[in-house]
Write a protein that binds this ligand. Structure first.
Ligand SMILES: [Zn+2]
Length: 251
């Protein structure tokens, strides 16, 4: 079975941090997901959850709602206590709205480390999806730290980029032959490049990761549906984070 993890990071706009136009236009992406019957996880920052509570209650009927921290500050700038505050604030808000704990987390800008993952585990998260496991061409992610497994794995306490004994599952943000399936890439790469890459390789696990502000980019909207059709033809099934966690906890 070939799995594609579908997610959207829901946060303020990239170009204007005080604006939430991307969040307001998410239906443009949801319409494509609905048409193709996709499961997906929304990694929502606490400040968006606070602001759009009612709308997000509606989204929760179709999608998994997970954490993208509270204030979207990068974790390399926060000490353990500040990280804890970020998580507690998010968890309390989430519990008040949904009457349960969030299962998944994605670190802002993919910046995660050993102590960060351990903290997530202590706070009861079932999975994290921050690790970029390969060096993408042309761009070094702020959070990129080297090679990691390309499929979901339980990390090592001493080195989270390796397999080990942790109870929290890492769902890496894997692409095809090191090309990410992410909004900016989807927008910029000519579509035939993806067709070519998938002719060469069909990895067992993929991560299709979008941002709320991708909804404002017509190129992403047009090519996203083409990409989903291509993946369907290659035999991929589309799962959210909690479904992947169930799948990998059984083995
Ligand atoms: Zn983000």
């Amino acid at each position: 079975m070939k799995i594609c993890f579908v997610s959207i990071d829901v946060e303020s706009d990239l170009a204007k941090p005080q604006s939430f136009e991307g969040v307001e236009n998410l239906d443009r992406i949801f319409n494509i997901f609905k048409k193709h019957n996709l499961s997906a996880t929304l990694f929502i920052s606490g400040n968006v959850l606070e602001r759009c509570e009612n709308r997000i209650r509606g989204w929760a009927e179709s999608y998994e709602i997970a954490s993208h921290s509270f204030s979207h500050q990068f974790w390399n700038n926060l000490n353990n206590e500040q990280r804890q505050e970020e998580l507690d604030r998010f968890i309390n808000l989430y519990k008040r709205i949904f009457n349960k704990n969030p299962k998944g987390f994605r670190a802002p800008s993919h910046i995660i480390d050993n102590s960060g993952l351990k903290l997530l585990e202590e706070k009861g998260f079932s999975y994290d999806s921050s690790v970029v496991p390969h060096s993408p061409f042309l761009k070094n992610y702020r959070g990129y730290r080297g090679k990691a497994p390309l499929s979901p794995y339980f990390p090592n306490y001493q080195d989270y980029m390796k397999k080990g004994e942790m109870r929290i599952l890492e769902i890496p943000v894997s692409g095809v032959l090191s090309f990410p399936l992410a909004g900016t890439w989807i927008s910029k790469l000519p579509f035939f490049v993806y067709e070519l890459l998938f002719r060469i390789e069909n990895p067992d696990f993929l991560s299709l990761s979008l941002h709320s502000w991708d909804s404002l980019n017509d190129k992403v909207i047009i090519k996203l549906e083409k990409l989903i059709k291509l993946l369907k033809n290659k035999g991929y099934i589309f799962l959210d984070g909690k479904q992947i966690h169930e799948q990998f906890s059984k083995n």
